[in-house]
Structures are given as C-alpha cells and as structure tokens.
Design a protein around this ligand. Sequence first.
Ligand SMILES: [Zn+2]
Length: 70
Amino acid sequence: MREDQRSGTLSPAEEKAIQEELRQSGASCPRCRAAFRTTPIPPRGDVAYVRTRVLVECDRCGLRAALDLK
Ligand SMILES: [Zn+2]
C-alpha cells in the first residue's frame, strides 16, 4: 500500500482534482503542494481523435502523471 503511494501514481480523485486546477490556472501537487511543472504532450498523428494531454511533474516529491484535458 505504502509503495503505491510512493510510486507516483495518482488516485482517480487526485487526477480529477488536478484536471480541474489545470483548467483554471495552474495545478499544484496534492502530496506536497509544490507547483507542478506541466509539459504538453503532442497528439499522435495516427490518431484521428485528438485529445489534449499534459504531463505534470512535481520537482519536490517526484510525482508525475499524464492527464487528459477535455
Ligand atoms: Zn509533490
């Protein structure tokens, strides 16, 4: 259980909260409250249905996740 939390995976609730924050101004880490570094992930050319994906990374605790933005 504890290893799960340290591996940098987000719970569905955490993901949703970060997506909400990204839509407004900027997201911060739910674990340590540091500001996330965000990197847009370019859409793949072979996928007709284009989604906006963003990689969020926390420099302080190492949490990182790729999130879909609608
Ligand atoms: Zn963090």
